[in-house]
Design a binder for this molecule. Structure first.
Ligand code: DI6
Ligand code: FE
Length: 404
């Protein structure tokens, strides 16, 4: 019973739901073999007299699962700092969009970028997340809005996992916005559905996402996208009820969506439908903050119906230029009044569920990948309480610790 590595001498928040709360083990040990968790429990129960190639004493620190950012648009070209200034000077989001700005300006920049450039501009953003203990992130396409650039974005997203020690899940978001100047809506929707058929075979996308909103895709149009995903055997996710209640949460639930995201305008009925379908509510406090939304997501309804809640950065150039999952966690508490336990579960176990990879990551349980974040903190609330302070001590992916 020889292990590759043992971490001992600390407290472990396993997030194992069978243990309740954060699944805490005092005076615990975690052991890895072949990249997977081989043992987790009280140190006194560690088998084999602690025989391992390497033993790490974490000296009273806390060990959690590696963090998971389950909603990002981290691959894109350019930025919208200029529009930010215009908005500060009084311009509205609509005026900027009419003048050719908004999503359209990021689409223009992204179409001009090579795959190498998309990777190179995403890496500094990714590095900020990794430095905070993120071991898995989701990356969406959706700034190409034509086949070639959408594929290029997805290939760039996959490459991030080759250039950095991190897990990447990709979502095809061809139905993010209508291509600038597009007058043939039906034609573009057909292109999106054809792309989904291709993606089903290529393995380049792990899921299909869409933006169901007055300014984007209607319920009927989103349904067409979801039907194509179902036919291609790809799971779906949805940007739902961000600016108005079109019934996006219920639509997502009807298709067994892994998650519905944003949800500020979701109704009680939408929350009930999500609960019945097992759809995760992904809350994005960075976007809520940055666009100065005032309508809060219905956290009370999610709790009443036991809808699992996840938190993510929504890292994107327009509505959430945020590259700190720890800050998103703080915002989820201060702005949305989520509890510390909800927030830590929402960036580990539940975030894994939102990506459909609960069997592999998200909790520290034997058999799953040994992805850990080890923190210089006295209590878990410190992960949520601070703003702009990073208490990460070490990050571990598949049993391997990042070099320091
Ligand atoms: N909702 C958002 O908040 C972002 N996309 C979406 O569907 C905005 C993306 C952008 O403005 O670039
Ligand atoms: Fe988004």
């Amino acid at each position: 019973m020889r292990f590759d590595v043992i971490w001992r001498g600390g407290r472990i928040a396993t997030l194992d739901p069978r243990l309740g709360g954060l699944g805490v083990i005092e005076e615990g040990a975690v052991a890895a073999r072949d990249g997977r968790v081989a043992f987790v429990g009280p140190l006194s129960e560690l088998p084999g007299a602690g025989d391992a190639a390497e033993v790490v004493n974490v000296e009273g620190r806390w060990i959690t699962p590696g963090l998971i950012d389950c909603h990002t648009h981290i691959v894109h070209a350019g930025n919208r700092a200029h529009e930010f200034e215009l908005r500060l000077a009084g311009a509205s989001y609509e005026e900027i969009a009419r003048a050719g700005g908004g999503i359209a300006s990021t689409v223009r920049a992204t179409r001009l970028a090579t795959e190498d450039e998309l990777v190179a501009t995403a890496l500094p953003r990714l590095d900020r997340l990794i430095a905070e203990g993120v071991t898995t992130l989701e990356v969406k396409s959706g700034y190409g809005l034509e086949r070639e650039t959408e594929f290029r974005m997805l290939r760039a997203a996959r490459r991030l996992a080759l250039d950095r020690h991190v897990r990447v899940r990709t979502s095809y978001l061809g139905a993010h916005a209508w291509p600038p100047g597009e007058s043939d809506r039906a034609g573009y929707l057909d292109e999106v559905c054809a792309t989904i058929r291709e993606l089903g075979e290529s393995g380049l996308a792990d899921a299909v996402d869409a933006f169901c909103e007055g300014i984007a895709f209607s319920v009927v149009e989103t349904t067409q996208v979801f039907e194509a995903a179902r036919a291609a055997g790809l799971p779906v996710k949805l940007h739902a009820d961000q600016l108005s209640d079109l019934g996006g949460a219920a639509l997502a639930a009807r298709y067994g969506s892994l998650s519905a995201d944003h949800l500020e305008y979701t109704s009680e009925g939408g929350a009930a439908a999500m609960a019945a379908a097992g759809t995760v509510a992904v809350l994005l406090p960075g976007a809520y903050y940055f666009i100065r939304e005032t309508r809060l997501p219905p956290v009370g309804a999610f709790r009443r119906h036991a809808v699992p809640i996840a938190i993510a950065t929504d890292c994107n150039p327009g509505s959430s230029p945020l590259t700190s999952l720890l800050l998103a966690m703080n915002m989820a508490a201060t702005l949305f009044r989520l509890t510390v336990d909800e927030i830590i579960a929402g960036t580990t176990r539940v975030a894994a569920q939102a990506l459909g990879i609960s069997d592999e990551v998200g909790t520290i349980v034997p058999g799953k990948w040994c992805d850990l974040a080890i923190w210089d903190i006295e209590r878990p609330a410190e992960l949520v309480y601070r703003m702009g302070y990073n208490p990460l001590w070490r990050r571990v992916l598949a049993g391997r610790t990042d070099p320091v």
